[in-house]
Design a protein around this ligand. Structure first.
Ligand code: ADQ
Length: 489
């Protein structure tokens, strides 16, 4: 409640991320329609009642006029959100360019952009300058809202410069930075033209967090090899100042999914889907349509499975839901075409007059329908080529309390570290291996399925998003106390 939020005992938390958890559509000069988008980060922080959280980020729209900016700021304030305004040119260079065309592929081992891509049209250097400028704009907004004792938690690859900008404003700010993607091996990272500046900027934070121990280790190696700093079990040291570097694996708000299965809307969908797919086993993939998710490879593996197992051809259906993202980017358009072509070929080869083996949908599913799909699935197929964590695997497990279906999971998703003992781990590049895993999962005896599911279910329901956020924040508080003790000694 309003009164609770103002409690003097609550520590204030400023969460800074590129996008606010609200999208805004302008309805008139001074009127806005706001829609809350519940992502992993939002639900993680909803569960935290010990802190008073405020969000700072871009609302996804360009607003040029003062009336618009003022009215959007007021509308967002009711949702505890503060907008950062970025103009179109900056969004192109900073967000489309540097973030999504350079950092995203590099961090997922896809390398730096090649000749014919957008990077050469907008030169690298101007994108990097725009990136720094955008990060400074985020820092300026933080400054306006910062009060002594606040915690500032910066998120993701969009804001690697933010810790540095914040500490330059005020060295006493408690700053944490968390990366949601993998941090690549230092051999990959060191191809980055601005490699040193980025590392130095991140190291300004008090705590730097990653999903897995491997990513944290890669980051420390990059700092030792590129910057010549000392790596310790605690983090990275530079002239007596320690930046804590550690793994904080994210989770989901598992209760929200476990309980969803009992909701009438979800039950209706479950009934509808069960009737629709009656007599066939259901396999499911849910991804953003992104190269890192390995969708073409997954389809090829399914094709190989159908080829090798004719007895399964009319007994299994594969539902692949792929929400399009970054649709204005050429590489993503090419990916969509490629996926459509493979789906068409497989359905042409193995379909009948009444059924097709693959239902491929280019769209997002609402929460109730998604939970129902998770619940009726026999085998989930997640074959990311690289993935920071992958929360779809967690959501699937949380919705499978009664069915106890099998999970095929890429060893290159962070989730492989936590769900490895329950899932069937695969190398997504090896189509034959994945095809074999599909056959294995579909034929798996129920005791084995239950055992594997139990392992995953215990993990997903105990290592929740709330626990993740609390652990990170308390580490940040402790770290700052330790640093103060050190300087007073
Ligand atoms: P993403 O790459 O977006 O996140 P993921 O962790 O799987 O990947 O989260 C996707 C979210 O979007 C899930 O909550 C899922 O339910 C939802 N979603 C995906 N497709 C959908 C569809 N068709 N309809 C409806 N909802 C859909 C990044 C990193 C991940 C990391 C997270 C969190 O790339 O590796 O796990 O951040 O840190």
């Amino acid at each position: 409640s309003e009164r609770e939020d103002r409690s003097p005992f609550k520590q204030r938390l400023l969460v800074v991320a590129n996008r606010l958890p609200v999208s805004a559509v302008r309805k008139g000069d001074a009127s806005w329609q706001l829609e809350v988008t519940v992502g992993g980060l939002v639900s993680a922080l909803l569960g935290i009642t010990d802190f008073e959280a405020k969000w700072i980020g871009w609302a996804g729209v360009t607003v040029r006029d003062e009336i618009g900016r003022k009215s959007l700021t007021e509308a967002l304030a009711e949702k505890r959100c503060v907008p950062v305004f970025l103009d179109e040119n900056l969004v192109n260079l900073y967000y489309n360019g540097y973030c999504n065309n350079i950092l995203w592929p590099l961090f997922h081992y896809l390398g730096l952009p090649q000749e014919d891509s957008l990077a050469t049209i907008w030169s690298f250097q101007s994108q990097f300058e725009a990136y720094k400028k955008a990060n400074q704009l985020f820092a300026d907004v933080v400054k306006e809202h910062y009060q002594d004792g606040d915690i500032v938690w910066c998120h993701d690859y969009h804001l690697m410069f933010l810790p540095k900008c914040l500490k330059e404003q005020n060295e006493n700010i408690k700053v944490g930075w968390f990366l949601h993607t993998p941090f690549p091996s230092s051999e990959i990272y060191r191809t980055m033209p601005s490699r040193s500046e980025l590392l130095i900027a991140v190291l300004a934070a008090d705590v730097v967090g990653f999903h897995t121990y491997d990513y944290a280790r890669h980051f420390v190696s990059a700092c030792t090899r590129i910057l010549g700093l000392e790596g310790t079990p605690e983090g990275v040291e530079d002239q007596g100042r320690l930046t804590r570097v550690a793994a904080f694996p994210i989770g989901i708000d598992s209760d929200r999914f476990v309980k969803a299965i009992e909701l009438p809307q979800v039950k209706n969908h479950i009934k509808e889907f069960q009737e629709r797919f009656d007599g066939r086993k259901v396999m499911l993939g849910v991804d953003r349509l992104d190269m890192i998710k390995g969708i073409p490879q997954k389809l090829l593996a399914f094709e190989k499975f159908l080829e090798d197992n004719p007895n399964w051809q009319d007994k299994v259906v594969f539902v692949q839901i792929a929400v399009p993202t970054r649709t204005d980017v050429l590489e993503y358009q090419k990916l969509t075409c490629q996926v459509h072509e493979i789906v068409g070929r497989i359905n042409g080869r193995f379909g009948t007059l009444t059924t097709v083996p693959i239902h491929h949908l280019d769209r997002s599913f609402d929460y109730h329908a998604l939970c129902a799909l998770y619940a009726i699935t026999d085998v989930a197929l997640i074959t990311s080529l690289r993935d920071g964590m992958n929360l779809v695997s967690y959501e699937f497990v949380a919705c499978q309390a009664s069915k106890k279906g099998a999970l095929i999971l890429s060893e290159f998703a962070g989730a492989a570290q936590s769900l490895g003992a329950g899932a069937i781990l695969v190398n997504p590049w090896n189509v034959t291996e994945v095809a074999f895993a599909i056959a294995y999962a579909l034929n798996m005896p129920s005791e084995e399925r239950e055992k594997r599911h139990h392992h995953n279910y215990v993990h997903v329901t105990t290592h929740t998003s709330q626990e993740w956020a609390e652990t990170f924040i308390s580490e940040l508080n402790d770290m700052v106390v330790e640093a103060q003790l050190r300087t007073t000694q």
